[in-house]
Structures are given as C-alpha cells and as structure tokens.
Design a protein around this ligand. Structure first.
Ligand code: SAH
Length: 319
C-alpha cells in the first residue's frame, strides 16, 4: 500500500513537466488527470520516456559554442543537449567558464559541462570533423549553402555514420562572423518570425539538436543508405581541405589571378564552392596534383628565363 502510494507520487512528479508542455485537454491526450489513467498513458505512449536510437552514435555529433558570454546559456545548452541525447560539447573561448551559474542551469546535465572541451579557436574546435554546420539567424552578403533545421538533422545523422560532425552556434550579441561561417559547410537557419528571428542561444541549440534526434530515431524505422556507404572514396576531412585552400591561394597568387593585397571575396567564394560539393580524398588529390604541376611549370619557366638571361648576359661584349 505504502509502496503503491510512493509509486503514484513519483508518477505524478514525472508527468508534471510533460503536462505543462502538451497540456491535458483533448480527447486523445495521453495525460489524463485520474491516477488510473496515468499508468496506461505511460505504458502506451513513448512521450514520457522517449526511445533511444539503436542505429546512431550520438557521440559522433558535437555542439560548439563560440565565445559565449553568459554561463547560464552554456548550462542551458548542456541541458538541451542531454534532453536530445547528445553529450559532446566544445566551448571556444567562453567568457565565463567553469561557472556555478552554468551548473545551476544544466540541472542534470552537469556531466556534459564536466566533460566539455575548451579551445581557443573555432578551427581547433572543428578539426577532424567531416561535416560542420553553422547556425545563424542572419543571411549574408555571400549566401552560404543553406539548410533547414530538418535537413541539418538529416545531414548530420548521415555524415555521423562515417565522420565526426560539428554543430556551431555563435555569440549571444553578434552571432557568428563571416569568417566563422565560412569554416562551415552549411548554414542552418531556423525559420523564426522575421520580425524577431534571433532565438536565445540554448533555444537554438535545442531546435537543431531535436532535429538531429528526430533523424537519428528515424534510422531505426527505415535505415537510410548514407551517401558515404555507397561512395568509393572517403570524404576529405577539414584539415585536408584547409591545406588545399592554402595551396590554391598560393597558386592563384603565383599566376597573378589573385591579389592578396586586394583579395575581394575570391577565397570565401572558393570555400563556398568546395563546401557545396563535399569533395572526396581522391578528388582533392587530383586538384592538389594539378596545383603542384602548375607550380612545377612556373618554377621551370622561371629557371629557364633566368638561364636565358644568364646566356644573354654572357653573350654581351665585356667592356
Ligand atoms: N544577434 C545575433 C544572434 C545571436 S543568437 C546575430 O545577429 O547573429 C545566438 C546564436 O543562436 C546565434 O549565433 C545562432 O548560432 C543561434 N541562433 C539564434 N537564432 C537563430 C536562428 N533563427 N537560426 C539559426 N540559429 C540561430
């Protein structure tokens, strides 16, 4: 009898937050106010204890917060992540961390804060990730390949089968700058009301992580074939692509196509191009080979020219 009462009390406690979310009204509401009704609701539905994906490794997806100023947002982010089954958090130069305020807001997700990685740059945070998606409410002068939150979730889950994925969120006051967004393959925008489209940081994290979870749970129902599973080559990782950009810029400068003193938007546009196509290792090697060949020929041309000049000089009558 006493045990039964305790069980009833626990059930009510468990139900309360969910009731606040979904309400108790409506004929089909799983949350009925009588105690007899609560048990079948719990057994029947999975709303209270949502299932976990058997097909998806949530550790493959990392949330990256850039220069967060309010520790409360870091705590609330940890909580949102844990609700959605994610646990890898990376903080890029947070203003105030570790912090008791963050711990308070994390509630039962303190473990995520304890294990958070703190780094000094976004480059470091996304190193080794096969897919990087940056969240921003703002559109840009050079629009970046844009995905909806739902597409973001699907892309993250597909990629996570083979590579690490980073979901990047910006500062509370100024979001992500252009250079940071350009380190991302895609820009995810939550289609909020245009009159006030900027969500609280942790609310934005929640929306995006929910979409990742939705896509992960869908794997259990209908396992999708990841593009990488049928692809004959691995996708180039972030580090390889960064080396390629350095090489490309060097060659474009050498052939005088690019002027580093007056770069305009050439490199961001190149980055956008290659982000869009998700280049594989073989394709990258071919491009690097072409660039090296150009450099080799330029070098030869230079040597030949120098030799010719030497020859001409040697021919000149000595005074
Ligand atoms: N004032 C900032 C918004 C900061 S909100 C700006 O103008 O960019 C903090 C972070 O939450 C953003 O950098 C972004 O990562 C995320 N965010 C907020 N609203 C969003 C939205 N509608 N779509 C995508 N990300 C959003």
């Amino acid at each position: 009898m006493i045990a039964n009462k305790r069980k009833q009390k626990e059930t009510i406690t468990i139900c309360r937050p969910a009731e606040q979310f979904y309400g108790t009204s409506g004929l089909n509401s799983p949350f009925v106010s009588t105690l007899e009704g609560i048990y079948p609701a719990i057994i029947r539905g999975s709303l209270l204890t949502s299932s976990d994906s058997k097909m998806f490794d949530f550790n493959q997806v990392c949330v990256v917060l850039v220069n967060t100023s309010h520790p409360g947002n870091i705590g609330a982010t940890a909580r949102a992540m844990k609700n959605m089954g994610l646990s890898k958090l990376t903080l890029v130069a947070p203003a105030d961390f570790p912090s008791g305020v963050a711990v308070g807001r994390a509630v039962s997700a303190v473990d995520i804060l304890d294990n958070a990685r703190v780094v000094s740059s976004l480059q470091e945070a996304v190193e080794g990730c096969g897919l990087v998606i940056g969240a921003s409410a703002r559109s840009r002068n050079i629009p970046w390949p844009m995905v909806s939150p739902e597409q973001c979730g699907q892309k993250a889950v597909t990629e996570a089968a083979v590579n690490k994925v980073a979901l990047v969120f910006g500062r509370e006051d100024a979001g992500l700058n252009n250079e940071e967004l350009q380190l991302c393959h895609f820009h995810v925008q939550i289609p909020a009301d245009p009159n006030y489209s900027s969500l609280n940081l942790s609310a934005a994290v929640m929306v995006v992580c929910y979409e990742v979870r939705k896509a992960a749970l869908a794997l259990d129902e209908k396992p999708a074939i990841a593009e990488d599973e049928i692809w004959d080559q691995e996708k180039a990782n972030g580090e390889q692509v960064e080396h390629f950009y350095v090489h490309l810029e060097r060659v474009m400068t050498a052939i005088k196509f690019h002027d580093p003193e007056n770069p305009r938007q050439l490199m961001p546009r190149m980055r956008r191009l290659f982000s869009r196509i998700r280049i594989d290792v073989m394709e990258m090697n071919i491009l690097r080979g072409i660039l090296s060949n150009i450099e080799f020929r330029l070098d030869n041309e230079k040597k030949l020219k120098a030799e010719l000049e030497e020859g001409e000089k040697a021919k000149e009558p000595k005074s």
